[in-house]
Design a protein around this ligand. Sequence first.
Ligand SMILES: Nc1ncnc2c1ncn2[C@@H]1O[C@H](COP(=O)(O)OP(=O)(O)OP(=O)(O)O)[C@@H](O)[C@H]1O
Length: 405
Amino acid sequence: MLSRCLRSISRIPGNLIPITLSHYIPKPQNSIPCHRITASLTSVSVLTCKRPNTVPFQVRSVATIADPAARFDEMVIGPQRKYYFLGGKGGVGKTSCAASLAVKFADHGHPTIVISTDPAHSLSDSFAQDLAGGDLVPIEGLNSPLFALEINPEKAKEDFRTASQKNGGSAVKDFMNNMGLGMLADQFGDLKLGELLDTPPPGLDEAIAISKVMQFVESPQYSMFSRIVFDTAPTGHTLRLLSLPDFLDASIGKIMKFKQKLASAASAFKSVLGKAAEQQDVPDKLQQLRERMTKVRDLFRDSNSTEFVIVTIPSVMAINESSRLHASLRKECVPVHRLIVNQILPPSVSCCKFCTTKRKDQMRAIDMIRNDPELANLRIIEADLVDLEIRGVPALKFMGDIVWR
Ligand SMILES: Nc1ncnc2c1ncn2[C@@H]1O[C@H](COP(=O)(O)OP(=O)(O)OP(=O)(O)O)[C@@H](O)[C@H]1O
């Protein structure tokens, strides 16, 4: 019985969430009334259900019991700030989903910011407003404030390059040469200063963009915003973005250690010559950048405040990429609870051969999700392909009602 099922679930330590059993039962079992089903929790992610006098079946798409947010109502609960990252393959609908989520949050009373870190921005198109000016732009027509912004990664990269050249690159080398310590540079060859500072690795632009956003949203002026939604770049970029804070933290740490060593060497050298030791500037900007990187890294992994939502479409290529994305996110300990399968063709009422064939392909692809060990345990949100262009607040509200239920 359902009550027995719920009792057995509630005995699992740490389980606090109410479970609506029917919600987790995939088609065609959906039509079976709940009271005719017995169920017990066999693991945190698999619910075994049994109809009277039948063999048990497993509901693989059940959300994990640790999942605190299985539906939109739970995303909206709580005044504390939450961050949502939307990512996936190019063109699957990340921007539309991110923008519609931000609109829905704002319509449900959350002052919200939506930020695009995708170098190929489409947030401006989505809102039908110019958001590329570098400042937050207000979006009208909602119950609570909503602001949107497209980050300019090239500008951010240039800022970083200037700062690091002053603090860690040429400034360090000049200093060494001036002190006659140029030969020490060889011993620090593994730092690859030139590589890090003069030719930033791919993805650095996004990491900087996000660290700038952190700085932006940390300001007390913006503390009122309780939901921050990120429209991220396609998968490859995003994966580099997730691993970069660690890389940068370590690299900046090395540079700072190196500078400290250099400062002590210089000071010893000067005292030998009888000159007063100069006080070295603390590498403030590097330290600030490092602190921000640490914050970004921690933010990505904090399941209380952050969720990464994967967006995909029902095609073999997109689903395979989503599976790889989820595996990488899991490896990086980034919390993921749901997968949006966007642009599903509704059943055709006409005898359009193209539509029928396409839909069959899509249904096969959706079955792949149910059998994919990486994706099957996520909550799957199916969103139809709609026959209007998703552009402007009213269209985004419409999209939000389809996706964020
Ligand atoms: N469910 C849907 N029904 C109809 N059109 C959709 C749907 N979802 C997205 N679109 C349309 O598909 C196009 C691509 O969507 P969107 O820009 O949101 O994708 P994206 O993943 O952010 O793309 P990119 O990777 O290029 O930034 C847009 O024209 C958008 O309006």
